[in-house]
Write a protein that binds this ligand. Structure first.
Ligand code: NAD
Length: 486
């Protein structure tokens, strides 16, 4: 375990290639959720700081120091940035653990490699982004150009702070935009750390700016700033709706990655060993603070008792503990406020008629920190609030079903549409159900895998637009048609 003091984490705003104080020296307290103790104060960006950052990003964009750079040089810088993240894996994973409460092993083995992969994948794109010639009627030579949009405001949540930040930066930068990034107030440290790496990699000043601060202050200033061309947001559906309304004024481009309540379906003809093994990881990984968590487990009736038993055993087996301990599978929830919210949902479920078959309350980890037991609720119906609202914690609702038609109607009976999983050995049924489910990602005989090359995003109230893959970079471009009379 690396002591926090040894990590020399920057805690000031990163604007125009320099670390700077927030206006008036404003700062806010940053809490370690595993201890409830302060990790120290972090610069609290205000509207004035956002304005400074947007001006720096605008100046860098207009100077053409980034989009005007040879595509192969941009590729090289993005790879260099990825190299530096890789070289700082231990420090970044430790910072992430102090800030979020997640297990250090997970941060190191999952969050860091995913971040590096996102950068490397998009590093390949500057040299491949291109328009096309279009055959048209008449004496014209007509072609399209893919151009960067301009200054992008990016706002990310606290569940995968580094990965979310890098996953947003990579395609925006690959397409030639400049960025103002605002990390979540609960977890600002790894994003701020990136400033040093961006300088070391050799990005021109102002191409990336990172402003820590509160959502309703710094975040609000970013989404309403008249000189921001696009907002790329990951967070709750409620904030996403608010951003959509606010963007109307200047018709900012927006892309939204929002909440989920994903169905995870086990059919009677599934490969039981694999399906049962997948239940726990699909919901309890990262303390259940995962937008694609398989939080509604639908089980075909003959298997219901067996699946309930497997879920309870998985919950009991997941060791909750010190995020730096090697055998810890579930760390602390991100904040006391979030802990209370999760606990209220479990109590609500019971008051709605559900039964707690595993967990259901605080996990005692030396009497400190915001730890919650992996929890399984039985006797849940899909119309209960615990099955309709996103809990964003380690709480699984298990629901039996009769047949394919019923489970499809239950799975789709939600305002969300982010992900879904299904287990069956019947190929026809697998693809039929995958097609009928209204969700941006469907896993067949798998759950929760991600890759920067594969489009990711939500149907319905889970979002707007797609990240990752070719669609992910297209979202950061404007498409221009050029007509030439011959
Ligand atoms: P949140 O919406 O409260 O906050 C997310 C970010 O928005 C934070 O940086 C916050 O500071 C900022 N913010 C809050 N109010 C704002 C405002 N008025 N203007 C501008 N910015 C504002 O969400 P949260 O509770 O912190 O995060 C959890 C949510 O994120 C869950 O709903 C989860 O499903 C979702 N999420 C979605 C994905 C995805 O890819 N679809 C990934 C991770 C998390």
């Amino acid at each position: 375990m690396i002591p926090f003091e040894k990590l020399t984490a920057p805690t000031r705003l990163y604007i125009n290639g320099e670390y700077q104080d927030a206006a008036g020296g404003a700062r806010f307290d940053n809490i370690n959720p595993a201890t409830g103790q302060s990790l120290g104060e972090v610069a609290k960006g205000s509207a004035a700081d956002i304005d400074r950052a947007v001006k720096a990003a605008r100046a860098a964009f207009e100077a053409d120091s980034w989009a005007g750079m040879a595509a192969s040089d941009r590729e090289r810088l993005l790879h260099r940035f990825a190299d530096l993240i890789e070289q700082n894996t231990d420090a970044l994973a430790a910072l992430e653990t102090y800030d979020t409460g997640k297990p250090f092993g997970d941060a190191r083995k999952i969050d860091l490699p995913l971040s590096v992969q996102a950068l490397r994948y998009y590093a390949g794109w500057p040299t491949k982004l291109r328009g096309e010639t279009v055959p048209v009627r008449g004496p014209f030579h007509t072609y399209t150009l893919r151009e960067p949009i301009g200054v992008i405001g990016q706002i990310v949540p606290w569940n995968f702070p580094l990965f979310m930040a890098v996953m947003k930066l990579a395609p925006a930068l690959a397409a030639g935009n400049t960025v103002v990034l605002k990390p979540a107030e609960q977890t600002p440290l790894t994003a701020l750390y990136l400033g040093n790496l961006i300088n070391q990699a050799g990005f021109p000043p102002g191409v990336v700016n990172i402003v820590s601060g509160i959502g309703t202050e710094a975040g609000e200033a970013l989404i309403t700033h008249p000189d921001v061309d696009k907002i790329a947001f990951t967070g709750s559906t409620r904030t996403g709706q608010h951003i959509m309304r606010q963007a109307a004024g200047t018709l900012k481009r927006i892309s939204l990655e929002l909440g989920g309540k994903s169905p995870h379906i086990i059919f009677g003809d599934a490969d039981l060993k694999s399906a049962m093994r997948a239940i726990g990881a699909a919901i309890f990984y990262n303390q259940g603070e995962v937008c694609i968590a398989g939080s509604r487990l639908f089980v075909e009736k003959p298997l219901y008792e067996q699946a309930l038993e497997a879920a309870s055993q998985a919950a009991a087996r997941m060791k909750v503990g010190d995020p730096f301990a090697e055998d810890t599978r579930v760390g602390a929830l991100v904040s006391e406020q979030h802990w209370k919210r999760v606990d209220e949902y479990v109590k609500l479920g019971v008051s709605e008629g559900a039964t707690v078959v595993a967990g259901g309350g605080p996990a005692d980890v030396g009497g400190r920190g915001f730890f919650y037991q992996p929890t399984v609720l039985a006797g849940v119906s899909n119309s209960m609030r615990v099955a309709q609202e996103e809990i964003f914690g380690p709480v699984l609702s298990v629901i039996p079903f009769e047949d394919e038609a019923e489970v499809l109607s239950l799975a789709n009976d939600t305002q969300f549409g982010l992900a879904a999983g299904l287990w069956t050995q019947n190929v026809g049924k697998a693809h039929r159900v995958a097609r009928a489910i209204k969700a941006g990602t469907v896993y067949i005989n798998a759950y929760g895998v991600l890759d920067a090359a594969v489009p990711f995003g939500g149907y319905k109230m889970s979002g707007l637009g797609r990240e990752n893959g070719e669609e992910g970079i297209a979202m950061y471009t404007e498409l221009k048609a050029v007509w030439t009379g011959l």
